[in-house]
Design a binder for this molecule. Structure first.
Ligand code: FES
Ligand code: FES
Length: 162
C-alpha cells in the first residue's frame, strides 16, 4: 500500500473512548465500522451474536447507557463517551434461563437476557403481556418462547424478593 493511501485511510479513522463492561476502551474506528464488529472482533467479547444483521432478531443486543440497542446496526463511533455492557457476571436472569430451560441452541440468549434486564430495570413487576410487548424484537428460532417467558417471570419474582 502506498504511503499516500495509508495516510488517506488513517485520516478516515475516528478516535473514540467508551466503557465496555465498566472498563475504559480507547480505539480508532472507521466511520462505517459497526459496534458489533468492534466489540466481537476487536475487543474479543463474543456474547452478542450476529444473526439477521438487520435489527430484527435481537441476538446482537448490547446495553448502551442501560438501554438495549442492536449492535449490528449501530455505528461504533456513536457510542463515544457512553457506557456499553455485554455479558458479565451471572445474573438472576441467567440463573433463571438455566433453571427454567429458557434456551436451546443459545444463539438468541444474550440478547434475550439483556433486553429482559432493561425491562426489569424499568418495570420490576411486568405482566406477561407487557413482557411480550417489550421483547417483541427478540426472535428465537428454537424454544417457542414459552420457557423464555417463564424464565423471565421467574427471575423478576426472585429479584423482587431480594
Ligand atoms: S443481528 Fe442484530 S438484530 Fe439480528
Ligand atoms: S434458543 Fe436457539 S434461537 Fe433461541
Amino acid at each position: 500500500m502506498s504511503k499516500a493511501m495509508s495516510r488517506h485511510q488513517d485520516a478516515q479513522l475516528i478516535p473514540i473512548s467508551f466503557t465496555l463492561n465498566g472498563r475504559l476502551q480507547e480505539i480508532d474506528v472507521e466511520p462505517h465500522e459497526l459496534l458489533l464488529d468492534v466489540v466481537r472482533e476487536r475487543l474479543g467479547l463474543t456474547g452478542a451474536k450476529r444473526s439477521c444483521d438487520v435489527q430484527v432478531c435481537g441476538a446482537c443486543t448490547l446495553l448502551v447507557d442501560g438501554r438495549p440497542v442492536s449492535a449490528c446496526t449501530t455505528l461504533a463511533f456513536e457510542v463515544r463517551g457512553r457506557s456499553v455492557a455485554s455479558d458479565g457476571k451471572l445474573h438472576p436472569l441467567q440463573d433463571a434461563f438455566i433453571e427454567y430451560g429458557g434456551f436451546q441452541c443459545g444463539f438468541c440468549t444474550p440478547g434475550m437476557i439483556l433486553a429482559a434486564k432493561a425491562l426489569l430495570d424499568e418495570n420490576p413487576n411486568p405482566t406477561e403481556e407487557e413482557l411480550k410487548h417489550f421483547m417483541h424484537g427478540n426472535i428465537c428460532r428454537c424454544t417457542g418462547y414459552k420457557k423464555i417467558i417463564e424464565s423471565i417471570m421467574a427471575a423478576a419474582k426472585k429479584m423482587r424478593a431480594n
